[in-house]
Design a protein around this ligand. Structure first.
Ligand SMILES: Nc1nc2c(ncn2[C@@H]2O[C@H](COP(=O)(O)OP(=O)(O)OP(=O)(O)O)[C@@H](O)[C@H]2O)c(=O)[nH]1
Ligand SMILES: [Mg+2]
Length: 383
């Protein structure tokens, strides 16, 4: 589907930048922008040139807002229509969905995101989704208390994340605000993706890679290059919309890949009787096993946020890869297995043929899940 990505604030800008670096030119990535009040943060982006970065909020004097969410909301309200116009060069009216990417614990991004979501909903019919990064517990710990964020955070500029005492409350408020204004919210639990000795500062590039990869896996699935034939069941924007709903519910993305040999094309017998247009051959049991494996891993592997008991009201399954590997029966079996696994009534599914691909992949999106412990913890900070 044609997706327009808007990275807001430091984290959002970095993830938008990474998406542009990996996927500029791919048909799904119709537009990418990064918006921040912070000149230096925008200046540190690589793939997004000046034409796709935009600094807003003169009142911030070119700096970040240091976690002051009230200031962020004020600037967001004051500048939402200006931000909407800053997207015009990339034809937002053609987008089939918008994705706001934002660190929920901050101020510039978290403050502007709700107002921009509202503005985009007012201007366009396409759904507005949000990918929201959840703060790690150590960001709010007092550095003097010797929490992991403390050690050397002022002396050593590199790895630890900045101390953000209000990150959890900002995140709770921003989750609420985005749920009210977006069609669905995809939380990304930073802490769940950190390895034991890692800090957010040191690991953020790896986490951003994971977040960008999942966005591309979901929104890029089924988007074939121009001129390629597309089969019937190919995933489209309305499948995603039906799966995640339009009421601002939380949605979770699971993803797994498995490398496969490119199918042998043409005759297997070397007699030249069949032209190279003969359907490619793939061993059936290898295809069945690859599909079963990726579906299980996508469902049970680490998700963007924990899913208690794996349960969901609605589930979307996308299976992709070289068409010869997309064994229909194995996909149907996988669907049945997933219905049991999630207890979902509605399993939507779509194919994502990748003609020259060298891997089989599955994306499992759950919506209407029980609340994860981390999200409950965040919500409790403002109750
Ligand atoms: N995954 C990931 N999370 C990040 C990254 N940077 C920050 N975060 C998270 O996002 C939250 C907000 O940080 P920023 O995006 O830097 O905040 P901001 O929107 O620029 O807000 P201010 O700087 O306060 O104006 C932090 O509390 C972290 O939890 C990043 O590069 N990757
Ligand atoms: Mg900032």
């Amino acid at each position: 589907m044609r997706l327009h990505v808007i990275g807001l604030g430091g984290a959002g800008g970095r993830i938008a930048d990474r998406l542009a670096a990996a996927h500029d030119g791919d048909p799904f990535l119709a537009g990418v922008h990064a918006f921040d009040t912070d000149i230096d943060a925008l200046g540190a982006l690589d793939a997004l040139g000046d034409e796709r970065r935009y600094r807003f909020g003169d009142a911030a004097g070119g700096d970040g807002l240091g976690g002051d969410l009230h200031a962020g909301r004020r600037l967001g309200d004051a500048h939402a229509s200006e931000l909407g116009r800053a997207m015009d060069d990339q034809q937002p009216s053609l987008a089939e969905a918008f994705l706001l990417v934002v660190g929920l614990g901050g101020a510039a991004g978290a403050g502007a995101a709700p107002a921009l979501a509202e503005e985009l909903s007012r201007l366009y019919d396409a759904p507005v989704y949000a990918l929201g990064l959840l703060p790690t517990p150590d960001e709010t710990e007092d550095p003097d208390e010797g929490g992991p964020a403390g050690a050397g955070s002022s002396a050593d500029p590199a790895p630890s994340a900045p101390h953000r005492p209000l990150a959890e409350r900002n995140a709770a408020r921003t989750l609420d605000a985005l749920s009210d204004r977006c069609a669905a919210v995809f939380p990304f639990d930073n802490a769940a993706w950190l390895r034991p000795s890692e800090t957010l500062g040191g690991a953020r590039d790896r986490l951003n890679e994971v977040a960008a990869e999942r966005v591309a896996a979901l929104f890029g699935a089924g988007e074939t290059p121009e001129g390629t034939e597309t089969p019937q069941q190919v995933l489209d924007a309305s499948d995603v919309a039906r799966a995640v709903g339009s009421d601002g519910e939380i949605a979770v993305i699971g993803h797994a890949t498995q490398a496969v040999d490119p199918p042998e094309s043409g005759s297997r017998f070397g007699l030249g009787l069949f032209g190279s247009s003969e359907p490619a051959e793939v061993d059936t049991s290898a295809a069945v096993s690859a599909i079963e494996t990726v579906i299980r891993k996508a469902a049970r592997g680490k998700n963007t946020v924990e899913v208690p008991e794996g349960r969901a009201d609605r589930t979307l399954l996308v299976v992709g890869g070289p068409p010869a590997w997309l064994n229909r029966e194995a996909i149907a079996d996988g669907r049945r297995w997933l219905a049991e696994e999630t207890g979902s009534d509605a399993i939507l599914s779509g194919d994502a043929p990748v003609h020259d691909g060298d891997e089989v992949f599955a994306v499992v999106v759950r919506s209407g899940t029980d609340e994860s412990d981390r999200i409950r913890e965040l919500r409790e900070t403002i109750e």
